[in-house]
Design a protein around this ligand. Sequence first.
Ligand code: NAP
Length: 243
Amino acid sequence: MISFNKEQIFIVTGASSGLGEGTALLLNELGATVVGIARNEERLNAMKAKCKYPENMHLEIRDLTEDIENLPSYVKELKNKYGKFQGLAYCAGIGEIAPLQIVDLTQMKKIFDINYFAPVFMIKGFADRRNNTGNRASVVVISSISGIKSDKGHTSYSGSKAAIVASCKCMARELANSNVRINCVSPSDVKTPMTAGKIEEENSKYPFGCGDVSDVANMIIYLLSDKSKWITMQNYIIDCGYM
Ligand SMILES: NC(=O)c1ccc[n+]([C@@H]2O[C@H](COP(=O)([O-])OP(=O)(O)OC[C@H]3O[C@@H](n4cnc5c(N)ncnc54)[C@H](OP(=O)(O)O)[C@@H]3O)[C@@H](O)[C@H]2O)c1
């Protein structure tokens, strides 16, 4: 049984929706303190209204693609406000299908900013010894099976998802001496607002149908917890056997 205590503080990005919301709520339910980050205050408040221990759920409004290079300072500010962090779940992200003929640098940069550059700089801030507990601190980043398999229109999205897995493995190797673990999870089709309206047609691809938020959130919680203390530099595919 995984449990946390309120002195264990976790940053969850993308906490206003989908997989980030599910992860934030589950961490909170299991006893941890959560700092949930997203842009949409209304949806963040709606998430908080559902949580079991609202006193241990803190909300931060931030566009993570603004001033990416200073995200390490932002993590330091959060540490000064809330205390040293035990973990970071990077669940923010966007998906956008764009055929090659409409791909340009602006479109690619939009995807890479939130799916690749922001997580790297959030991890850089988290990894600073002054900002994490140094006690088996753990980072989990949501990639996607799109980082492994090919699809039409996925040039930018797949590229961002493959790139973050590659960089996470390098950062994990570099940070192992600091007692920081980093892992990725790569889901396929999960029912969230991101996939709303287009998920039903995917159901038949999977023996048990498309995934629920909890199918991914439970894995993230395991990887954030001490139960996975010997696991780092991995990328877990969560796709009901599709690949
Ligand atoms: N759902 C799936 O089937 C699936 C499959 C594989 C991988 N994934 C990946 O899982 C992650 C989460 O997906 P989801 O399905 O949970 O999507 P979602 O429901 O659309 O949630 C995305 C979250 O990211 C936040 N976000 C987006 N841009 C942001 C920005 N610039 N600054 C701060 N926060 C930002 C959003 O918050 P605000 O809008 O409030 O800022 C929202 O909380 C994504 O990386 C996605 O690629 C999802």
